[in-house]
Design a protein around this ligand. Structure first.
Ligand code: ACM
Ligand code: ZN
Length: 568
Protein backbone atom coordinates (compact mmCIF):
# COMPACT_ATOMS: atom_id res chain seq x y z
CA UNK A 1 0.00 0.00 0.00
CA UNK A 2 2.82 2.32 0.95
CA UNK A 3 4.58 1.51 -2.35
CA UNK A 4 1.41 2.29 -4.31
CA UNK A 5 1.10 5.62 -2.55
CA UNK A 6 4.67 6.50 -3.42
CA UNK A 7 4.14 5.52 -7.06
CA UNK A 8 1.03 7.68 -7.27
CA UNK A 9 2.92 10.61 -5.75
CA UNK A 10 5.80 10.14 -8.20
CA UNK A 11 3.38 10.02 -11.13
CA UNK A 12 1.63 13.22 -10.05
CA UNK A 13 4.99 14.95 -9.50
CA UNK A 14 6.18 13.85 -12.95
CA UNK A 15 2.96 15.00 -14.59
CA UNK A 16 3.09 18.46 -13.04
CA UNK A 17 6.63 19.05 -14.26
CA UNK A 18 5.92 17.66 -17.76
CA UNK A 19 5.51 20.08 -20.63
CA UNK A 20 1.93 21.24 -21.10
CA UNK A 21 0.45 22.13 -24.45
CA UNK A 22 -0.79 25.44 -25.86
CA UNK A 23 -4.13 25.56 -27.67
CA UNK A 24 -4.88 28.21 -30.30
CA UNK A 25 -8.66 27.71 -30.16
CA UNK A 26 -9.15 31.01 -28.42
CA UNK A 27 -11.87 33.67 -28.13
CA UNK A 28 -12.24 35.66 -30.29
CA UNK A 29 -11.11 33.22 -32.92
CA UNK A 30 -8.30 34.57 -35.13
CA UNK A 31 -9.00 35.00 -38.82
CA UNK A 32 -6.74 32.13 -39.88
CA UNK A 33 -4.94 29.48 -37.82
CA UNK A 34 -2.77 26.95 -39.67
CA UNK A 35 -1.41 24.60 -37.02
CA UNK A 36 0.73 21.47 -37.29
CA UNK A 37 0.17 19.63 -34.02
CA UNK A 38 2.79 17.01 -34.85
CA UNK A 39 5.62 19.49 -34.32
CA UNK A 40 6.31 21.43 -31.17
CA UNK A 41 8.42 24.28 -29.94
CA UNK A 42 8.95 24.08 -26.18
CA UNK A 43 8.82 27.39 -24.35
CA UNK A 44 10.99 27.33 -21.23
CA UNK A 45 11.89 29.63 -18.37
CA UNK A 46 14.93 31.82 -19.08
CA UNK A 47 14.19 32.14 -22.80
CA UNK A 48 14.42 35.65 -24.19
CA UNK A 49 11.88 38.12 -25.62
CA UNK A 50 13.62 40.29 -28.22
CA UNK A 51 12.12 43.69 -28.96
CA UNK A 52 13.12 47.19 -29.96
CA UNK A 53 14.12 48.59 -26.58
CA UNK A 54 14.50 52.11 -28.05
CA UNK A 55 10.72 52.16 -28.50
CA UNK A 56 8.87 52.66 -25.18
CA UNK A 57 5.58 51.40 -26.62
CA UNK A 58 7.07 48.13 -27.85
CA UNK A 59 8.98 47.81 -24.59
CA UNK A 60 5.69 48.01 -22.69
CA UNK A 61 4.14 45.32 -24.91
CA UNK A 62 7.16 43.05 -24.32
CA UNK A 63 6.72 43.60 -20.58
CA UNK A 64 3.01 42.71 -20.81
CA UNK A 65 3.97 39.54 -22.61
CA UNK A 66 6.52 38.59 -20.00
CA UNK A 67 3.95 39.26 -17.24
CA UNK A 68 1.19 37.27 -18.96
CA UNK A 69 3.39 34.24 -19.63
CA UNK A 70 4.49 34.30 -16.01
CA UNK A 71 0.90 34.67 -14.72
CA UNK A 72 -0.38 31.75 -16.79
CA UNK A 73 2.51 29.36 -16.47
CA UNK A 74 4.99 30.59 -13.90
CA UNK A 75 7.70 30.60 -16.61
CA UNK A 76 10.02 33.59 -16.27
CA UNK A 77 11.19 34.95 -19.63
CA UNK A 78 14.11 37.34 -20.06
CA UNK A 79 13.83 40.73 -21.73
CA UNK A 80 16.62 41.05 -24.28
CA UNK A 81 17.43 43.80 -26.77
CA UNK A 82 17.13 43.00 -30.49
CA UNK A 83 18.54 39.51 -30.82
CA UNK A 84 17.96 37.36 -33.90
CA UNK A 85 18.46 34.23 -31.83
CA UNK A 86 15.94 35.00 -29.10
CA UNK A 87 13.09 32.49 -28.77
CA UNK A 88 10.38 35.17 -28.90
CA UNK A 89 10.74 38.04 -31.32
CA UNK A 90 8.51 41.11 -31.69
CA UNK A 91 8.94 42.85 -35.04
CA UNK A 92 7.37 45.85 -36.73
CA UNK A 93 7.14 45.14 -40.45
CA UNK A 94 5.66 47.69 -42.81
CA UNK A 95 3.67 45.73 -45.38
CA UNK A 96 5.06 46.09 -48.88
CA UNK A 97 8.52 47.17 -47.72
CA UNK A 98 9.93 43.76 -48.40
CA UNK A 99 7.60 43.06 -51.29
CA UNK A 100 8.15 43.65 -54.96
CA UNK A 101 5.53 46.33 -55.49
CA UNK A 102 5.99 48.61 -58.48
CA UNK A 103 7.61 51.83 -57.34
CA UNK A 104 5.21 54.17 -59.07
CA UNK A 105 2.18 52.68 -57.31
CA UNK A 106 1.74 54.52 -54.02
CA UNK A 107 0.80 52.17 -51.21
CA UNK A 108 -2.77 52.54 -49.97
CA UNK A 109 -2.90 53.70 -46.35
CA UNK A 110 -3.66 50.92 -43.92
CA UNK A 111 -7.22 50.60 -42.67
CA UNK A 112 -7.78 50.71 -38.91
CA UNK A 113 -8.38 46.96 -39.00
CA UNK A 114 -5.11 46.32 -40.87
CA UNK A 115 -3.26 48.40 -38.30
CA UNK A 116 -4.50 45.98 -35.63
CA UNK A 117 -3.52 42.95 -37.68
CA UNK A 118 -0.57 40.66 -36.97
CA UNK A 119 1.00 37.34 -37.79
CA UNK A 120 2.15 34.94 -35.10
CA UNK A 121 4.42 32.14 -36.21
CA UNK A 122 5.68 29.24 -34.12
CA UNK A 123 8.38 27.05 -35.65
CA UNK A 124 11.56 25.37 -34.52
CA UNK A 125 13.25 28.74 -33.99
CA UNK A 126 10.57 29.91 -31.57
CA UNK A 127 7.77 32.48 -31.66
CA UNK A 128 7.82 35.35 -34.16
CA UNK A 129 5.24 38.11 -33.96
CA UNK A 130 5.02 40.64 -36.78
CA UNK A 131 2.74 43.64 -37.13
CA UNK A 132 2.73 46.94 -38.96
CA UNK A 133 1.92 48.87 -35.77
CA UNK A 134 2.53 48.26 -32.05
CA UNK A 135 -1.21 47.71 -31.54
CA UNK A 136 -0.90 44.59 -33.72
CA UNK A 137 1.90 43.30 -31.48
CA UNK A 138 -0.37 43.88 -28.49
CA UNK A 139 -3.22 41.91 -30.07
CA UNK A 140 -0.78 39.08 -30.88
CA UNK A 141 0.54 39.06 -27.31
CA UNK A 142 -3.07 38.64 -26.09
CA UNK A 143 -3.50 35.74 -28.54
CA UNK A 144 -0.40 34.05 -27.16
CA UNK A 145 -1.61 34.67 -23.59
CA UNK A 146 -5.00 33.07 -24.31
CA UNK A 147 -3.37 30.10 -26.04
CA UNK A 148 -1.29 29.16 -23.01
CA UNK A 149 -2.47 26.56 -20.51
CA UNK A 150 -2.95 27.77 -16.94
CA UNK A 151 -0.42 25.64 -15.10
CA UNK A 152 1.99 25.82 -12.24
CA UNK A 153 5.73 25.56 -12.78
CA UNK A 154 5.80 23.15 -15.69
CA UNK A 155 9.09 22.02 -17.25
CA UNK A 156 7.99 23.88 -20.33
CA UNK A 157 5.02 24.64 -22.58
CA UNK A 158 4.74 22.80 -25.89
CA UNK A 159 3.53 25.12 -28.61
CA UNK A 160 2.40 23.32 -31.78
CA UNK A 161 3.89 24.88 -34.90
CA UNK A 162 1.45 27.44 -36.25
CA UNK A 163 0.94 30.35 -38.59
CA UNK A 164 -1.78 32.70 -37.28
CA UNK A 165 -2.90 35.59 -39.47
CA UNK A 166 -5.38 37.87 -37.83
CA UNK A 167 -7.18 41.18 -38.01
CA UNK A 168 -10.55 42.35 -36.67
CA UNK A 169 -13.70 42.61 -38.76
CA UNK A 170 -14.85 45.98 -37.33
CA UNK A 171 -12.79 49.00 -36.34
CA UNK A 172 -15.12 49.99 -33.45
CA UNK A 173 -15.49 47.28 -30.79
CA UNK A 174 -17.03 48.88 -27.75
CA UNK A 175 -18.41 48.34 -24.29
CA UNK A 176 -20.41 50.92 -22.31
CA UNK A 177 -20.27 51.20 -18.54
CA UNK A 178 -22.91 53.39 -16.91
CA UNK A 179 -21.26 55.13 -13.97
CA UNK A 180 -24.19 57.55 -13.55
CA UNK A 181 -26.72 55.24 -11.90
CA UNK A 182 -23.99 53.66 -9.82
CA UNK A 183 -20.47 54.90 -9.28
CA UNK A 184 -17.55 52.53 -9.89
CA UNK A 185 -14.05 53.14 -8.57
CA UNK A 186 -11.08 53.88 -10.83
CA UNK A 187 -9.58 50.62 -9.59
CA UNK A 188 -12.61 48.70 -10.89
CA UNK A 189 -12.61 50.59 -14.17
CA UNK A 190 -9.02 49.44 -14.71
CA UNK A 191 -10.12 45.83 -14.13
CA UNK A 192 -12.99 46.39 -16.58
CA UNK A 193 -10.50 47.72 -19.15
CA UNK A 194 -8.28 44.68 -18.63
CA UNK A 195 -11.29 42.45 -19.33
CA UNK A 196 -12.06 44.46 -22.46
CA UNK A 197 -8.48 44.22 -23.73
CA UNK A 198 -8.52 40.47 -23.17
CA UNK A 199 -11.46 40.27 -25.61
CA UNK A 200 -9.90 42.54 -28.23
CA UNK A 201 -12.25 45.47 -27.52
CA UNK A 202 -10.92 48.94 -28.31
CA UNK A 203 -13.59 51.50 -27.27
CA UNK A 204 -14.62 52.14 -23.68
CA UNK A 205 -17.84 54.17 -23.73
CA UNK A 206 -17.87 55.90 -20.37
CA UNK A 207 -21.41 57.05 -19.49
CA UNK A 208 -20.52 59.84 -17.06
CA UNK A 209 -23.71 61.73 -16.34
CA UNK A 210 -27.24 60.75 -15.46
CA UNK A 211 -30.39 62.05 -13.79
CA UNK A 212 -29.20 60.08 -10.76
CA UNK A 213 -25.67 61.48 -10.56
CA UNK A 214 -23.12 63.75 -12.28
CA UNK A 215 -19.71 62.05 -12.24
CA UNK A 216 -17.35 64.34 -14.23
CA UNK A 217 -15.50 67.20 -12.54
CA UNK A 218 -15.89 70.49 -14.42
CA UNK A 219 -13.36 72.94 -13.02
CA UNK A 220 -15.20 76.05 -14.21
CA UNK A 221 -18.36 74.80 -12.46
CA UNK A 222 -17.09 73.30 -9.20
CA UNK A 223 -20.56 72.84 -7.69
CA UNK A 224 -21.66 70.65 -10.59
CA UNK A 225 -19.88 67.46 -9.58
CA UNK A 226 -19.75 68.22 -5.86
CA UNK A 227 -23.52 68.68 -5.51
CA UNK A 228 -24.79 66.97 -8.67
CA UNK A 229 -23.07 63.69 -7.86
CA UNK A 230 -25.03 63.06 -4.67
CA UNK A 231 -28.60 61.77 -4.50
CA UNK A 232 -30.25 61.86 -1.10
CA UNK A 233 -31.57 58.32 -1.38
CA UNK A 234 -32.02 55.47 -3.84
CA UNK A 235 -35.08 53.48 -4.73
CA UNK A 236 -35.13 49.92 -3.45
CA UNK A 237 -36.59 47.21 -5.65
CA UNK A 238 -39.13 46.58 -7.02
CA UNK A 239 -38.91 49.90 -8.79
CA UNK A 240 -42.65 50.40 -9.38
CA UNK A 241 -43.15 50.68 -5.63
CA UNK A 242 -41.54 53.91 -4.49
CA UNK A 243 -39.62 52.79 -1.42
CA UNK A 244 -36.26 54.40 -0.70
CA UNK A 245 -33.24 53.49 1.38
CA UNK A 246 -32.75 57.05 2.72
CA UNK A 247 -28.97 56.64 2.35
CA UNK A 248 -27.12 59.42 0.47
CA UNK A 249 -25.22 58.00 -2.51
CA UNK A 250 -22.49 59.74 -4.50
CA UNK A 251 -19.07 59.85 -6.08
CA UNK A 252 -17.41 61.55 -9.03
CA UNK A 253 -14.19 61.38 -11.00
CA UNK A 254 -11.70 64.24 -10.78
CA UNK A 255 -10.13 65.27 -14.07
CA UNK A 256 -6.87 63.81 -12.82
CA UNK A 257 -8.58 60.43 -12.30
CA UNK A 258 -10.15 60.63 -15.76
CA UNK A 259 -6.69 61.24 -17.26
CA UNK A 260 -5.40 58.24 -15.32
CA UNK A 261 -8.15 56.10 -16.86
CA UNK A 262 -7.40 57.47 -20.35
CA UNK A 263 -3.71 56.59 -19.94
CA UNK A 264 -4.39 53.11 -18.57
CA UNK A 265 -6.82 52.45 -21.42
CA UNK A 266 -4.43 53.80 -24.07
CA UNK A 267 -1.69 51.46 -22.84
CA UNK A 268 -4.13 48.66 -23.62
CA UNK A 269 -5.11 50.15 -27.00
CA UNK A 270 -8.53 51.24 -25.81
CA UNK A 271 -9.93 54.67 -26.62
CA UNK A 272 -12.18 56.23 -23.98
CA UNK A 273 -15.37 57.71 -25.48
CA UNK A 274 -16.84 59.98 -22.81
CA UNK A 275 -20.58 60.65 -22.77
CA UNK A 276 -22.35 63.68 -21.37
CA UNK A 277 -26.00 62.81 -21.97
CA UNK A 278 -28.05 65.86 -23.03
CA UNK A 279 -30.56 67.54 -23.24
CA UNK A 280 -32.45 64.76 -21.39
CA UNK A 281 -31.01 62.71 -18.51
CA UNK A 282 -29.82 66.01 -17.00
CA UNK A 283 -31.67 66.19 -13.71
CA UNK A 284 -28.46 66.04 -11.66
CA UNK A 285 -27.22 69.17 -13.46
CA UNK A 286 -30.63 70.83 -13.05
CA UNK A 287 -30.38 70.18 -9.32
CA UNK A 288 -27.30 72.42 -9.24
CA UNK A 289 -28.45 74.91 -11.90
CA UNK A 290 -32.27 75.01 -11.77
CA UNK A 291 -32.27 78.08 -14.03
CA UNK A 292 -31.34 75.69 -16.91
CA UNK A 293 -34.70 73.90 -16.63
CA UNK A 294 -37.93 75.08 -18.27
CA UNK A 295 -39.80 75.39 -14.94
CA UNK A 296 -36.98 76.75 -12.77
CA UNK A 297 -37.15 73.80 -10.35
CA UNK A 298 -36.30 72.92 -7.66
CA UNK A 299 -35.07 69.55 -8.93
CA UNK A 300 -33.62 66.75 -6.78
CA UNK A 301 -30.85 64.52 -8.11
CA UNK A 302 -33.18 61.69 -9.17
CA UNK A 303 -33.55 58.99 -6.52
CA UNK A 304 -35.29 56.51 -8.84
CA UNK A 305 -34.94 55.16 -12.38
CA UNK A 306 -36.86 55.86 -15.57
CA UNK A 307 -37.23 58.60 -18.17
CA UNK A 308 -37.51 62.02 -16.51
CA UNK A 309 -39.67 64.85 -17.84
CA UNK A 310 -37.27 67.49 -16.54
CA UNK A 311 -34.70 68.29 -19.21
CA UNK A 312 -32.46 71.22 -20.16
CA UNK A 313 -34.43 74.18 -21.49
CA UNK A 314 -33.90 74.32 -25.24
CA UNK A 315 -34.70 78.04 -25.46
CA UNK A 316 -32.44 79.41 -22.75
CA UNK A 317 -29.14 80.73 -24.20
CA UNK A 318 -27.48 79.75 -20.91
CA UNK A 319 -28.05 76.09 -21.86
CA UNK A 320 -25.61 76.31 -24.78
CA UNK A 321 -23.08 78.25 -22.69
CA UNK A 322 -23.30 75.53 -20.04
CA UNK A 323 -22.89 72.74 -22.60
CA UNK A 324 -19.91 74.41 -24.27
CA UNK A 325 -18.18 74.81 -20.90
CA UNK A 326 -18.78 71.13 -20.08
CA UNK A 327 -17.85 69.74 -23.51
CA UNK A 328 -14.82 72.07 -23.64
CA UNK A 329 -13.37 70.57 -20.46
CA UNK A 330 -14.38 67.11 -21.63
CA UNK A 331 -12.28 67.63 -24.78
CA UNK A 332 -9.36 68.87 -22.64
CA UNK A 333 -9.38 65.63 -20.64
CA UNK A 334 -10.35 63.03 -23.24
CA UNK A 335 -8.37 62.88 -26.51
CA UNK A 336 -11.01 60.63 -28.13
CA UNK A 337 -11.87 61.40 -31.77
CA UNK A 338 -15.49 60.71 -30.77
CA UNK A 339 -17.48 62.54 -28.10
CA UNK A 340 -20.88 61.11 -27.14
CA UNK A 341 -23.63 63.68 -26.55
CA UNK A 342 -26.37 61.22 -25.56
CA UNK A 343 -29.57 62.64 -27.05
CA UNK A 344 -31.81 59.75 -26.00
CA UNK A 345 -35.08 59.80 -24.10
CA UNK A 346 -35.72 63.54 -24.03
CA UNK A 347 -39.49 64.02 -23.54
CA UNK A 348 -40.70 67.32 -24.98
CA UNK A 349 -43.58 67.92 -22.54
CA UNK A 350 -41.81 70.88 -20.94
CA UNK A 351 -40.54 72.34 -24.22
CA UNK A 352 -44.07 72.35 -25.66
CA UNK A 353 -45.29 74.60 -22.84
CA UNK A 354 -42.14 76.64 -22.15
CA UNK A 355 -42.25 80.27 -23.42
CA UNK A 356 -38.47 80.30 -23.92
CA UNK A 357 -38.44 77.07 -25.93
CA UNK A 358 -41.39 78.19 -28.04
CA UNK A 359 -39.80 81.62 -28.64
CA UNK A 360 -36.62 79.89 -29.83
CA UNK A 361 -38.61 77.61 -32.14
CA UNK A 362 -40.26 80.72 -33.62
CA UNK A 363 -36.97 82.57 -33.94
CA UNK A 364 -35.41 79.61 -35.80
CA UNK A 365 -38.53 79.19 -37.97
CA UNK A 366 -38.91 75.53 -36.98
CA UNK A 367 -42.18 73.86 -37.93
CA UNK A 368 -43.71 70.46 -37.36
CA UNK A 369 -43.73 68.22 -40.41
CA UNK A 370 -46.12 65.33 -40.48
CA UNK A 371 -43.59 62.84 -41.82
CA UNK A 372 -42.66 59.46 -40.48
CA UNK A 373 -39.12 59.51 -39.11
CA UNK A 374 -37.74 56.02 -39.70
CA UNK A 375 -36.13 54.80 -36.52
CA UNK A 376 -36.20 58.30 -35.15
CA UNK A 377 -39.28 59.02 -33.02
CA UNK A 378 -38.54 60.02 -29.47
CA UNK A 379 -39.93 57.61 -26.88
CA UNK A 380 -43.56 58.40 -26.07
CA UNK A 381 -43.90 60.80 -28.96
CA UNK A 382 -45.72 60.17 -32.20
CA UNK A 383 -44.84 63.60 -33.48
CA UNK A 384 -42.58 62.55 -36.32
CA UNK A 385 -40.43 65.53 -37.20
CA UNK A 386 -41.83 67.96 -34.65
CA UNK A 387 -40.63 71.51 -34.13
CA UNK A 388 -39.43 70.44 -30.66
CA UNK A 389 -37.38 67.57 -32.08
CA UNK A 390 -35.88 70.06 -34.54
CA UNK A 391 -34.97 72.28 -31.60
CA UNK A 392 -32.97 69.36 -30.23
CA UNK A 393 -31.26 69.05 -33.60
CA UNK A 394 -30.44 72.78 -33.41
CA UNK A 395 -28.68 72.18 -30.07
CA UNK A 396 -26.89 69.14 -31.49
CA UNK A 397 -25.76 71.24 -34.43
CA UNK A 398 -24.30 73.92 -32.16
CA UNK A 399 -22.42 71.25 -30.17
CA UNK A 400 -21.31 69.45 -33.33
CA UNK A 401 -19.74 72.71 -34.58
CA UNK A 402 -18.11 73.24 -31.21
CA UNK A 403 -16.70 69.70 -31.16
CA UNK A 404 -15.53 70.02 -34.77
CA UNK A 405 -13.56 73.13 -33.76
CA UNK A 406 -11.75 70.79 -31.34
CA UNK A 407 -11.27 68.16 -34.07
CA UNK A 408 -13.87 65.74 -32.72
CA UNK A 409 -16.91 63.95 -34.12
CA UNK A 410 -20.23 63.70 -32.34
CA UNK A 411 -21.91 60.39 -31.48
CA UNK A 412 -25.55 60.35 -30.40
CA UNK A 413 -28.16 57.71 -29.57
CA UNK A 414 -30.56 57.01 -32.42
CA UNK A 415 -33.14 59.55 -31.18
CA UNK A 416 -30.96 62.21 -32.80
CA UNK A 417 -32.56 61.14 -36.08
CA UNK A 418 -35.90 62.53 -34.90
CA UNK A 419 -35.27 66.18 -35.69
CA UNK A 420 -32.92 65.42 -38.60
CA UNK A 421 -29.28 64.41 -38.32
CA UNK A 422 -26.58 67.03 -38.15
CA UNK A 423 -23.94 66.93 -40.88
CA UNK A 424 -21.29 64.63 -39.40
CA UNK A 425 -23.22 62.85 -36.64
CA UNK A 426 -22.44 59.22 -35.86
CA UNK A 427 -25.53 57.28 -34.80
CA UNK A 428 -25.47 54.69 -32.04
CA UNK A 429 -28.45 52.46 -32.77
CA UNK A 430 -29.98 51.08 -29.56
CA UNK A 431 -33.72 50.72 -30.20
CA UNK A 432 -33.09 47.84 -32.56
CA UNK A 433 -31.18 48.32 -35.80
CA UNK A 434 -33.73 50.51 -37.65
CA UNK A 435 -32.12 53.79 -36.59
CA UNK A 436 -28.71 52.52 -37.63
CA UNK A 437 -29.98 51.38 -41.01
CA UNK A 438 -31.77 54.70 -41.59
CA UNK A 439 -28.57 56.58 -40.70
CA UNK A 440 -26.36 54.37 -42.91
CA UNK A 441 -28.75 55.02 -45.81
CA UNK A 442 -28.06 58.73 -45.23
CA UNK A 443 -24.30 57.85 -45.39
CA UNK A 444 -23.77 58.57 -41.71
CA UNK A 445 -21.43 56.46 -39.67
CA UNK A 446 -23.17 53.99 -37.35
CA UNK A 447 -22.42 51.89 -34.29
CA UNK A 448 -24.84 49.04 -33.73
CA UNK A 449 -25.90 48.40 -30.15
CA UNK A 450 -29.44 47.05 -30.40
CA UNK A 451 -30.92 46.46 -26.96
CA UNK A 452 -32.30 42.94 -27.51
CA UNK A 453 -28.85 41.68 -28.57
CA UNK A 454 -26.44 43.99 -26.78
CA UNK A 455 -27.89 45.17 -23.44
CA UNK A 456 -25.97 43.24 -20.84
CA UNK A 457 -27.84 44.78 -17.92
CA UNK A 458 -30.48 42.18 -18.84
CA UNK A 459 -30.21 38.59 -17.56
CA UNK A 460 -28.28 35.99 -19.54
CA UNK A 461 -30.18 32.96 -18.21
CA UNK A 462 -33.88 32.25 -18.66
CA UNK A 463 -34.19 30.94 -15.09
CA UNK A 464 -34.06 34.22 -13.20
CA UNK A 465 -33.52 32.44 -9.89
CA UNK A 466 -29.99 31.67 -11.09
CA UNK A 467 -29.00 35.31 -11.65
CA UNK A 468 -28.87 38.45 -9.52
CA UNK A 469 -31.82 40.78 -10.00
CA UNK A 470 -31.49 43.13 -13.00
CA UNK A 471 -33.61 44.84 -15.62
CA UNK A 472 -35.47 41.74 -16.73
CA UNK A 473 -37.93 42.60 -19.50
CA UNK A 474 -36.08 40.24 -21.85
CA UNK A 475 -33.19 37.76 -21.79
CA UNK A 476 -29.92 38.40 -23.60
CA UNK A 477 -28.35 34.95 -23.55
CA UNK A 478 -24.87 34.32 -24.91
CA UNK A 479 -26.41 32.56 -27.93
CA UNK A 480 -28.74 35.50 -28.59
CA UNK A 481 -25.88 37.96 -28.42
CA UNK A 482 -23.69 35.68 -30.54
CA UNK A 483 -26.35 35.48 -33.26
CA UNK A 484 -26.31 39.23 -33.91
CA UNK A 485 -25.26 40.17 -37.43
CA UNK A 486 -24.72 43.92 -37.74
CA UNK A 487 -24.57 44.08 -41.53
CA UNK A 488 -27.98 43.41 -42.99
CA UNK A 489 -27.29 42.73 -46.66
CA UNK A 490 -30.93 42.77 -47.69
CA UNK A 491 -31.26 46.28 -46.21
CA UNK A 492 -27.90 47.86 -47.00
CA UNK A 493 -25.78 48.26 -50.12
CA UNK A 494 -22.04 47.59 -49.83
CA UNK A 495 -21.36 51.32 -49.57
CA UNK A 496 -23.99 51.75 -46.85
CA UNK A 497 -22.64 48.69 -45.02
CA UNK A 498 -19.22 50.37 -44.95
CA UNK A 499 -20.82 53.05 -42.75
CA UNK A 500 -21.23 50.50 -39.92
CA UNK A 501 -18.13 51.15 -37.83
CA UNK A 502 -18.83 48.36 -35.41
CA UNK A 503 -20.75 47.00 -32.47
CA UNK A 504 -21.06 47.74 -28.77
CA UNK A 505 -22.36 45.99 -25.63
CA UNK A 506 -23.97 48.24 -23.01
CA UNK A 507 -23.89 47.72 -19.26
CA UNK A 508 -26.50 49.99 -17.66
CA UNK A 509 -26.38 49.96 -13.90
CA UNK A 510 -29.75 50.84 -12.39
CA UNK A 511 -29.71 47.46 -10.65
CA UNK A 512 -25.96 46.87 -10.62
CA UNK A 513 -24.21 48.49 -7.70
CA UNK A 514 -21.15 46.32 -7.14
CA UNK A 515 -18.08 45.34 -9.19
CA UNK A 516 -18.73 41.60 -8.80
CA UNK A 517 -22.25 41.99 -10.16
CA UNK A 518 -21.01 44.13 -13.06
CA UNK A 519 -18.49 41.44 -14.00
CA UNK A 520 -21.14 38.72 -13.69
CA UNK A 521 -23.27 40.65 -16.21
CA UNK A 522 -20.28 41.18 -18.49
CA UNK A 523 -18.80 37.69 -18.60
CA UNK A 524 -18.78 35.46 -20.47
CA UNK A 525 -21.14 37.48 -22.67
CA UNK A 526 -18.28 39.73 -23.72
CA UNK A 527 -16.72 36.56 -25.12
CA UNK A 528 -19.82 36.14 -27.31
CA UNK A 529 -19.85 39.82 -28.26
CA UNK A 530 -16.13 39.71 -29.06
CA UNK A 531 -16.79 37.27 -31.92
CA UNK A 532 -19.55 39.52 -33.29
CA UNK A 533 -17.04 42.37 -33.21
CA UNK A 534 -13.92 40.53 -34.35
CA UNK A 535 -14.84 37.53 -36.52
CA UNK A 536 -16.22 37.24 -40.01
CA UNK A 537 -19.71 35.67 -40.17
CA UNK A 538 -18.47 32.47 -41.88
CA UNK A 539 -16.18 31.79 -38.90
CA UNK A 540 -18.96 31.97 -36.34
CA UNK A 541 -20.41 28.82 -34.76
CA UNK A 542 -21.97 29.02 -31.30
CA UNK A 543 -21.36 25.37 -30.35
CA UNK A 544 -17.74 25.76 -31.34
CA UNK A 545 -17.54 29.00 -29.29
CA UNK A 546 -18.95 27.12 -26.28
CA UNK A 547 -16.31 24.43 -26.67
CA UNK A 548 -13.60 27.09 -26.62
CA UNK A 549 -14.97 28.82 -23.50
CA UNK A 550 -13.49 26.60 -20.72
CA UNK A 551 -9.96 27.70 -21.62
CA UNK A 552 -10.98 31.37 -21.38
CA UNK A 553 -12.76 30.77 -18.07
CA UNK A 554 -9.52 29.46 -16.59
CA UNK A 555 -7.96 32.80 -17.47
CA UNK A 556 -10.92 34.65 -15.92
CA UNK A 557 -10.25 32.67 -12.74
CA UNK A 558 -6.58 33.54 -12.88
CA UNK A 559 -7.40 37.22 -13.37
CA UNK A 560 -9.94 37.23 -10.52
CA UNK A 561 -12.80 38.04 -12.90
CA UNK A 562 -16.26 36.98 -11.70
CA UNK A 563 -18.43 35.42 -14.43
CA UNK A 564 -21.68 33.56 -14.98
CA UNK A 565 -20.78 29.90 -15.06
CA UNK A 566 -23.77 28.76 -17.12
CA UNK A 567 -24.21 29.48 -20.78
CA UNK A 568 -27.45 29.49 -22.79
C1 ACM B 1 -30.56 54.08 -23.85
O1 ACM B 1 -30.59 52.87 -23.54
N1 ACM B 1 -31.43 54.92 -23.33
C2 ACM B 1 -29.58 54.58 -24.78
ZN1 ZN C 1 -37.64 75.64 -22.07
Amino acid sequence: MKRLGFLLFACIAALTTMAQRANYNIIPLPKEVKADTTKMFTLKGGMGIAYDSSNPEITRIAQFMRQWVSEATGLQLQMTPIDEKASIRLAIMTPGKKGKKAKQQPEAPLTDQQKEGYTLTVDKTGILICASEPVGLFRAAQTLRKSLPIVKEPAGIDLPFVQITDQPRFSYRGVLLDCGRHFFSVEFIKQFLDAMALHGCNQFHWHLTEDQGWRFEVKALPRLAKEGSVREKSIIAPSKVRLYDNIPYGGYYTQEECREVVKYAAERYINVVPEIDMPGHMQSALHVFPNLGCTGGPYPVAPHWGVMREVLCGGNPETLNFLKTVFGELCDVFPSPYIHIGGDECPKDRWKKCPKCQAKIKELGLTTENIKVEGGDQRGSQDGRSAENKLQTYINHEIEQFLASRGRSLIGWDEILAGGLTEDAIVMSWRGTKGGIAAAKQKHRVIMSPNVFAYIDHPQLADLSKTPRTTDSYIVSCSKMYSFEPLVPEELTKEEGDCILGVQANLWTEHIAYPEHALFQLLPRLGAMSEVQWCNPEQKDFENWKARLPQLKKLYDKMGLVYCNEVE
